[in-house]
Structures are given as structure tokens and as C-alpha cells.
Write a new protein. Structure first.
Lengths: 69, 287, 440
């Protein structure tokens, strides 16, 4: 899965970090232009493609693309 | 697998691209607010039913429920006065029975000032799908007590603690005649999608209450935390499914909110169908 | 009117009517005309009195209440959505519409309260229907919130106010004239573009209802038919012309694609004759109670707020030439004047005629479009006459105040007030005229 994060939409709620069953996300340490701290996909190779981060995100800020074969 | 975050073209969500006005993004919800999650679930339901901005109208009221959703939808957005959403929807639907109406309302908008119109929309079995964001507070105006706020809550208008009992909108919807009634938490994603789809496909008034976390007002005033993750945990601790509840004692069920599908009636026609049937009948008799 | 059967003996060719002729100035020719049709030997027309059964807009004469005439006017104008709530003395409009709308393909619904009815009318208008709601004083008070939504979102629809004695519930079944300011200024936030028309008889109740719908489409705003219980409940001759003779303004549709269309013409304040797109056609209509941009997006900027307020006000003030309509009688040589509207107009005109018969030069002016107020014609009258008498059914001098304002000191203005329940009689107006002439 390719994990795209729209840093400008993110409001730093932390849902993806907390609820990813594989702990793919963590805090990025960088603020966006609104002053929120978006996450980063620290361990994308562990992604199980469950799609929960996409569903949990209230901001449509996580865009998942299935890797083409 | 790569993280390609930050590339704007690759980070427009496909559902947002299909259904939402890009110039209105990001929407105005607070960080961690549950409304955005429910909007997401709504778009999934719209996508799975192949609804389009041309055949579906979003109707709103006043409050977070409405300010966040108003003008997000690419199609028509009809934002009514506080509480009047179902009155407006009655006029819209009777005039254009062919269009799908998705009505976003809040607990204050629907159950307080809009109570009367809600009752009659249920009674008339108005053929719309109503999604009520129940954050148990008046969020937009600063956290005042709502008809759904728990007893004892300290809010700006109940500084000594709320001494009024909260009301159960699901029970009222069922008693008043709604065809489809469900309640979920904002994180019951698949159930919400399923309920919205059922609601849209059910002829008659579909009422889906979603318990949405409000970190800014309900969280800070009532739960003494602004952490959305903790608030989601509170909802998890204070909700129980209908199936589980059957096996629990009243004591165990105290302070718990029931979630699940409460009613799904397909036997009743609704006001829109009845009015137009009557009109066509009378016109053909006089022809 | 009815034939009377007494002790088994039918009295042929005897009619009596409870409708007083002279005081209210009801045209006696209207009763004679109907009576003539009913005499033996006259061709009997297939109609029922008091209840309209004909298809819309056939050439025909009816003897109906003002309330029923308003219902027929709405049908003739193309109104096909109605929502109301029972309230005396407007219920007869709702009842007539409930009978007639299904016959012509219209939806008539009794909503759960006054607010629901006006809000659903707003929704129907946004959905492309010509729509109407009716009420009386206390119900209009409730509807004002919905009216604001209609004004702000430039929704065309008609609100009928059948005024009754107030304040509050007052005397439900009797006449008053105290909503003049309510309809203009009652809705929150001002910055409005209220247009209100006022009929004085049953024929006008029909004609002006059509005109209300036309103006609502042209100006994209709710329009009031400001009538009263006396006109609403008086039965008189109504002539409904053939449909081909009626001038009905349709809803304008955009001629440009959605990407080029702006919902609200705020950059050209005062624009009228502007399209209103259908919902469900890709135009993405945005309607909201909040201040909006030209696209309909909510905004808090001072500039946008001012643009919107300016546009809404100038929609009316820029087009006063199209919104001035008065009835003027015998003003050319007048030395004294009477100004009245609605049910007060006919007693006032009778008083004028009586004074004229005695050689007193009295003229009369009646606002037909009462909002915007006809400042120009009233000022012209004030420049001619020394004193203006304003009979009206309220004690707070609403019409008098407007006349005084418009007169700009050119004439003295006298208020002949009454709390309502009964209209003024011609003798009341005449006596007061004599008093003010003698320097009351």
C-alpha cells in the first residue's frame, strides 16, 4: 500500500497513530502551516492494508493506494 | 511501500474528489471531531449506491452538524434555520420526490428547537435520510447544555451541574413512526455505511444517530479532557450493543447508551408517496 | 343568498342577502348579476355558489369570499405548493386550496406549526415550485424567522397576512390593520427587500395575488399580500379571466452552464430579473441562513456582509418605478385628502363622495403596493392639500406615521384610529374629516 498524507488537511488528532493495528504511523515532529503536527508513516512496510487509518481520519488526509502488481 | 506524503496531487482523497468541493477543504471541524468521520462514511455509502451530486441534495440546519457539512457537497446544499431542517426537507421532497435528500442535523438542532418538526417528519414518514450528530452539547455556540447532555454535566449554562434528564432520540423516532432507526458511534464505520445505505434505500424516514466525539466542548467541559482518543474510549465504555444489552441487568445498563439497528419497517408508505398518489388520482377522476 | 321555504310554500324569485350593501360599498350590481342568472328562464349555469368547482382560469363569474379568491389567484399564478396552519381568519384560504390544489396538480399540506409551513414553502421554492403560505397576525409573528431565510436567499414565494385585531391573539375572528410594520420590519436583521400588496375587494384579492407571485419572481424575494379579515370574509363578485388573458411571470432559469453561474448577484447590487436554477441539475445551489458570498458560501467578512445587505435593499429601492402603484381619486383640485388601504378604503371613499356632494374638495389616495411605501404619490398629494386624514384599524398610527414621513411637512396628517373588530363606517370618516377641516 502506498500511503499518502495530505499534510495541509491534517489537524493532528492522532487517530491514525493510535488506532493503526500495525503501528505504522508516528508523530512527524514537524508542523504544517496551520500549526498542527501531521503524522508520518514510519513503518509503511508493516501496513496490512486494513484501511482503518483512512476511515479513522476525519479530514480525508490519508490517501491509500494499493500497490499495482 | 513508500510514504509519498506531501504530494498534493497524490493526496486528494478519491471520495473527496468525487463528491466534495475542493475549495471548501479542509472542512471546518475541530481536530478530532467525529463529524468528519461520519461525512467520510456517508461518502462511502453514496459511492456504493452510485449517488451523484445531481440526484442527491444535502440539507442542513444550524450548528456544527451543519456548518461543517454546508457547501462541502458538490451538489445542492440547502441549509435551513436552526431546527427547521425537516420542515424545509418536507417542501423540498414534496416538490422533487425524485431527489435523494440527506439531512445532517445535530442533537440541539433536531431534539431541542427542531423537536416538533422531527416528530412530524417521523409521523409523516418523510422519505429522507437523517443523520443526527449527537455530541451531547451545543458545540458551535460554546458548549452549552443540550437535551442529550448527561446528568451532572458542568457546562457554561449548567455551572452547578445538569439536573435535567437527557432524552433518547432513538426511542422518540420509533414511537413517532420512523421507518429506519439506528444509533452508532462515529467509529462504527462499516455499520454507519450500512445504515446510511439502508436508510437511503428505505422508503420513509430514516434516522441514524451517530454519537460523535466533541473534543473542544463536550470533552473539555464534561469529560475534563480535550484528547479525542480518550473521548472515543469514553464512548466505548458507555455504549453497549442491543444484542449484548439483552443479557444485561438494568443496573449494568445504567449510564450506557444502546447502539445498533432499532427499527427497519418497510410496510409503511410515506407522506410524499401518499400526496402524489392522491393528486394523480383526483386529477384522473376529473379528467 | 338563498331561497326561503316557509310552511311548504316556496317563495319564487325572492332573495335576501345578509351582505350589507351601502356601508361596505359592496357593489350591488354583483348581487343583481348573480340573482339574474338564477331567475327562472335565465340560462342556468352549471356552477355551485361559494365553492369553485371549475377548472382553473375558465371565464366565469363567482360569488366568493376574498379568501377563496386568493386561493384561485394562487392557482392562476401557477402556484403548486402550499403549506399552512389553521388560523382565523386565514383558514378558508387553506381549505379552498386543500380542495383545489389536487385538482390542478398542486401539493397542499397542513404543517405542524406556522414556522414549519413557511420553512417548507422556502424549501419548495428552492426546489423550483411557486409556493405560498398564509396566516394572520400572531402566525405572521411566528413566520418571521422563515421570512428572513427567504429574503436572504432570494427565494420567490408569497405570504398572505389576513390581518385581525391584536395585539397577540387579540380578537381572532374580527378585523384589524396592525401588521403594516410587522411585515416590513419584523424579521430579524433588517437589510430587507419587503414588497407588500394590499387589496380592497374580492376581485383585487384575486388579481393582486397573481401580481404578488409575479413580483416575487421578478424580484426574487418573498412578497406579502397584506389583506384583512373584512376583505377575506366578504363575498363579492369575482371574475376569473381566461388563462390566455393572464400575465404570469415564470421562474427564470439560467442560460449559462453551472461553472459560469453565480447564485447571488452581489457584485451588481440591486439586480433583479435574475435566474433561479433548479435543484438537482448540477448548479450546486447553496442556500443558508448565514451571510453568504455570491456563490452562497458562508462568510464573516465585513465587505461581503455589506455587499449582501446593499444588494437586498437596493433590489427594491433601485426599482421604485416598478413598485409604485396607488389608486388616486379626485386629487386634481383637492384641498383635503384621505389616505386608507384595505378594508378602510371603501368607507373612506364613501366619505369622500359625501363631502364632494356637499361641495368640499376632498381627494383620496390608496396604496395598492404598500411596501415599498408610495412616498412620491403621497408627497405630491401632500403638496396639494392642506390636511390628510388617515383612517386605519390600529391605535398606534402605523399608516399615519408613514404618510407623515412621506408628506415631509407639506400637509398636516391626522390619524383616525380604532383598535379594530369593526371597520370604520363612512360616517365616522366623514365626521372626522369635518372636525379636522374645522381645525380640531
Amino acid at each position: 500500500m502506498v500511503i499518502n498524507i495530505n499534510r495541509d488537511f491534517c489537524k493532528g488528532c492522532g487517530f491514525c497513530i493510535t488506532f493503526c493495528p500495525k503501528k505504522v504511523y508516528e508523530r512527524s515532529g514537524e508542523l504544517n502551516k496551520k500549526g498542527y503536527e501531521p503524522p508520518k508513516a514510519a513503518r509503511p512496510e508493516d501496513c496490512s492494508e486494513c484501511g482503518m487509518c483512512d476511515l479513522y481520519c476525519p479530514e480525508f488526509a490519508i490517501v491509500l493506494e494499493k500497490k499495482s502488481a | 511501500m513508500k510514504n509519498q506524503g506531501g504530494d498534493i496531487e497524490r493526496t486528494i482523497h478519491p471520495l473527496a474528489a468525487k463528491y466534495l468541493r475542493q475549495e471548501r477543504m479542509p472542512h471546518m471541524a475541530c481536530p478530532g471531531c467525529g463529524i468528519g468521520q461520519v461525512v467520510h462514511s456517508t461518502l462511502i455509502a453514496c459511492d456504493e449506491l452510485a449517488l451523484t451530486p445531481e440526484n442527491t441534495v444535502w440539507v442542513q440546519g444550524v450548528g456544527c452538524s451543519s456548518r461543517i457539512t454546508y457547501t462541502l457537497w458538490k451538489g445542492d446544499n440547502i441549509d435551513a434555520h436552526h431546527g427547521r431542517i425537516f420542515a424545509v426537507a418536507t417542501g423540498l421532497k414534496l416538490s422533487r420526490p425524485d431527489l435523494n435528500l440527506i439531512c445532517f442535523t445535530g442533537d440541539g438542532d433536531c431534539m431541542s428547537i427542531g423537536g416538533n418538526h422531527f416528530l412530524h417528519a417521523c409521523r409523516r414518514n418523510l422519505d429522507v435520510t437523517a443523520i443526527m450528530f449527537n455530541n451531547a452539547i451545543y458545540g458551535m455556540t460554546g458548549g452549552q447544555v443540550a437535551p442529550t447532555t448527561p446528568m451532572g454535566a458542568m457546562t457554561p449554562t449548567t455551572p452547578y451541574g445538569n439536573i435535567e434528564d437527557p432524552m433518547d432520540s432513538v426511542q422518540i423516532a420509533m414511537a413517532a413512526g420512523a421507518s429506519y432507526v439506528a444509533r452508532w458511534r462515529s467509529t462504527d464505520f462499516r455499520q454507519i455505511v450500512s445504515s446510511i445505505k439502508k436508510g437511503i434505500q428505505t422508503k420513509g424516514f430514516s434516522f441514524i444517530e451517530v454519537l460523535t466525539q466533541c473534543p473542544t466542548q463536550f470533552g473539555r467541559y464534561v469529560l475534563k479532557t480535550g484528547d479525542p482518543v480518550k473521548i472515543l474510549q469514553w464512548y466505548k465504555d458507555h455504549t453497549v450493543t442491543l444484542q449484548k444489552a439483552e443479557k444485561m441487568t438494568p443496573e449494568e445498563l445504567k449510564d450506557k447508551m444502546l447502539i445498533g439497528e432499532f427499527a427497519h419497517r418497510t410496510d409503511r408508505t410515506g407522506v410524499v408517496e401518499r400526496y402524489w398518489d392522491m393528486i394523480h388520482k383526483i386529477q384522473s377522476e376529473r379528467a | 343568498m338563498r331561497r326561503r321555504k316557509r310552511k311548504g310554500k316556496k317563495h319564487e324569485n325572492m332573495f335576501f342577502t345578509a351582505a350589507p350593501d351601502k356601508p361596505l360599498g359592496i357593489r350591488s350590481e354583483s348581487i343583481r348579476e348573480i340573482a339574474g342568472d338564477m331567475l327562472p328562464g335565465a340560462e342556468r349555469k352549471n356552477r355551485r355558489l361559494n365553492v369553485l368547482q371549475k377548472q382553473e382560469c375558465s371565464i366565469n363569474k363567482y360569488f366568493v369570499q376574498g379568501d377563496e379568491a386568493i386561493a384561485e389567484g394562487a392557482i392562476a399564478a401557477g402556484c403548486r405548493y402550499f403549506a399552512g396552519y389553521p388560523i382565523t381568519p386565514a383558514s378558508e384560504i387553506s381549505e379552498a386550496i386543500a380542495r383545489r390544489f389536487p385538482e390542478v396538480g398542486g401539493v397542499a399540506i397542513q404543517m405542524e406549526d406556522e414556522l414549519a409551513s413557511i420553512h417548507s414553502v422556502g424549501g419548495a421554492s428552492a426546489a423550483g415550485m411557486k409556493a405560498m403560505t398564509v396566516s394572520s397576525g400572531p402566525g405572521i409573528s411566528l413566520k418571521l424567522e422563515g421570512l428572513g431565510w427567504g429574503i436572504k436567499n432570494e427565494l420567490p414565494y408569497v405570504v398572505v397576512d389576513v390581518q385581525r385585531a391584536g395585539p397577540s391573539n387579540g380578537v381572532a375572528t374580527r378585523v384589524g390593520q396592525a401588521d403594516l410594520y410587522t411585515v416590513k420590519y419584523g424579521s430579524a436583521g433588517g437589510n430587507n427587500s419587503i414588497i407588500a400588496l394590499s387589496p380592497m375587494n374580492v376581485q383585487e384579492a384575486f388579481d393582486l395575488t397573481i401580481e404578488c407571485f409575479n413580483l416575487s419572481e421578478i424580484f426574487r424575494t418573498p412578497v406579502f399580500l397584506l389583506t384583512d379579515e373584512t376583505v377575506g370574509h366578504t363575498r363579492e363578485l369575482l371574475v376569473i379571466p381566461d388563462a390566455s388573458e393572464l400575465k404570469v411571470v415564470p421562474r427564470r432559469k439560467p442560460t449559462v452552464p453551472p461553472a459560469e453561474f453565480l447564485m447571488y448577484p452581489l457584485d451588481t447590487p440591486g439586480t433583479i430579473d435574475y435566474p433561479y436554477p433548479n435543484i438537482g441539475e448540477g448548479y450546486g445551489i447553496c442556500v443558508s441562513p448565514y451571510t453568504h458570498t455570491a456563490k452562497g458560501y458562508a462568510t464573516t467578512s465585513e465587505k461581503d456582509q455589506d455587499k449582501m445587505a446593499t444588494h437586498l435593499v437596493r433590489k427594491v429601492t433601485d426599482h421604485l418605478d416598478r413598485l409604485t402603484r396607488v389608486q388616486e381619486e379626485m386629487l386634481d383640485d383637492a384641498e383635503y385628502g384621505i389616505i386608507a388601504y384595505g378594508c378602510e378604503a371603501r368607507p373612506a371613499m364613501e366619505a369622500m363622495k359625501r363631502a364632494r356632494a356637499e361641495g368640499i374638495k376632498v381627494g383620496f389616495l390608496r396604496p395598492i403596493i404598500i411596501w415599498p411605501f408610495p412616498d412620491e404619490p403621497v408627497y405630491r398629494m401632500a403638496c396639494k392639500v392642506k390636511k390628510i386624514l388617515v383612517p386605519e384599524l390600529n391605535r398606534d398610527g402605523q399608516l399615519s406615521r408613514e404618510v407623515q414621513r412621506a408628506a415631509k411637512g407639506q400637509a398636516e396628517v391626522y390619524h383616525l384610529g380604532s383598535g379594530g373588530v369593526e371597520t370604520h363606517q363612512p360616517v365616522h370618516v366623514y365626521d372626522e374629516l369635518m372636525r379636522i377641516m374645522k381645525g380640531k
